[in-house]
Design a protein around this ligand. Structure first.
Ligand code: PAF
Length: 280
C-alpha cells in the first residue's frame, strides 16, 4: 500500500494508480479502524479495481463539547489493517493544510434543514463539517465510487444529496451495518465503553428490532415510540431521539408506510453517545 502524507505525494500516487485500468473507489474514514470500516473496503474492492482510503480526523465536524482531542489516533494499527486487507493507497494527511490548503478559505458545504435535525440538533454544524470535508476529498481524489456505512444513516443521506448535485457521475454505495455478536453496531465510540456498559448498549439494537416488528404488526406508531423511549430509559440509555424516517429522511408519523424506512435511535451511556438504526 502506498501512503501519501501530503497533497503532492497524493497527486503522484493517484497518477500512478491512473495507469491501472478500471474504477477508483474511495473509503473515507477518521481512523481507529474496526471490522465495520474494513467491510467498506471489501465492498469497494468488489466494485473497483483500485481503492483509496483516507484517515483524517476532521476538525470541522466536531463541536466545542465534542471529543476531537480525545478521538483515538491509532495510525500504526490502521495502516496494518488496511495493508492486510489489500488497500492500494492511503491518504493520511500530515496536517489540516494538506486537506484544505488554507484553513481561512474553506469552501463550506451547507447541510440545510435536514442537517439540523436528529444528530444535527445535538451537534450543531456537525453535518456542514462532514459535507465540507467529504466534498474536499471528492475534489482532490476524484473517485468513481465512494463507500459509506449505513450506521450513519443521516450522514449517508446528506452526502448522497450533495453528491447528486455536485458529482452526478459518482457512484455512492451504502454498506450494511456490521454488528458484534451481541448485536451492538461496531463504532469507534464503543472503545469508550466498559464491558458492563457494552452489555447495556445491546438494548439499543434490541429496541430498534422490536420496534420494527411492532410496526410491521401495525401497532400504533406513537405507542411504539413511547414504549421504545421507556424501554431505553429503563436501561439508563437516555435517548436523544427515537424516530421513524424514510429513505430521504422525511419523518414518518403514520402506520402503513410501505416504502423503505428506518427506525433511528441515539442514546447516551454516561458521556458516550451511540447511534444505530434498523432499515426495513
Ligand atoms: O463517517 C466518518 O467517519 C466521517 O464522518 C467521514 C465521512 C470520514 C468524514 O470525516
Amino acid at each position: 500500500m502506498i501512503i501519501s502524507r501530503t497533497r503532492k505525494e497524493l497527486e503522484i500516487a493517484l497518477n500512478k494508480l491512473s495507469e491501472i485500468p478500471g474504477k477508483l473507489a474511495l473509503i473515507p474514514t477518521m481512523g481507529n479502524l474496526h471490522q465495520g470500516h474494513l467491510s467498506l473496503l471489501t465492498i469497494a474492492k468488489k466494485k473497483a479495481s483500485k481503492t483509496i482510503s483516507t484517515i483524517f480526523v476532521n476538525p470541522l465536524q466536531f463541536g466545542k463539547n465534542d471529543d476531537f482531542e480525545k478521538y483515538p489516533r491509532t495510525h500504526e494499527d490502521d495502516i496494518k489493517k488496511l495493508n492486510d486487507e489489500g488497500c492500494d493507497l492511503l491518504f493520511l494527511p500530515l496536517n489540516n493544510k494538506e486537506v484544505f490548503s488554507s484553513i481561512d478559505n474553506i469552501k463550506t458545504i451547507k447541510s440545510g434543514t435536514l442537517g439540523l435535525e436528529l444528530c444535527g440538533k445535538i451537534r450543531p454544524g456537525h453535518f456542514d463539517g462532514v459535507l465540507t470535508v467529504v466534498n474536499r476529498l471528492f475534489e482532490i481524489i476524484k473517485p468513481d465510487i465512494a463507500v459509506f456505512g449505513a450506521k450513519d444513516y443521516q450522514q449517508e443521506i446528506l452526502i448522497r444529496q450533495m453528491a447528486k448535485s455536485l458529482y452526478p457521475n459518482l457512484e455512492l454505495i451504502k454498506a450494511p451495518i456490521i454488528r458484534a455478536d451481541n448485536g451492538v453496531a461496531l463504532s469507534s465510540r464503543n472503545n469508550y465503553l466498559s464491558e458492563p456498559e457494552l452489555e447495556i448498549a445491546t438494548n439499543l439494537y434490541k429496541c430498534l428490532y422490536k420496534s420494527s416488528i411492532s410496526y410491521k404488526e401495525n401497532i400504533d406508531l406513537k405507542v411504539i415510540i413511547d414504549e421504545a423511549k421507556k424501554y431505553l430509559n429503563s436501561y439508563n440509555l437516555s435517548p436523544d431521539y427515537f424516530e421513524l424516517r424514510d429513505e430521504n429522511l422525511n419523518k414518518i408519523n403514520v402506520n402503513g408506510y410501505d416504502g423503505k424506512k428506518a427506525f433511528l435511535g441515539s442514546v447516551n451511556i454516561n458521556k458516550t453517545r451511540l447511534i444505530d438504526n434498523i432499515e426495513f
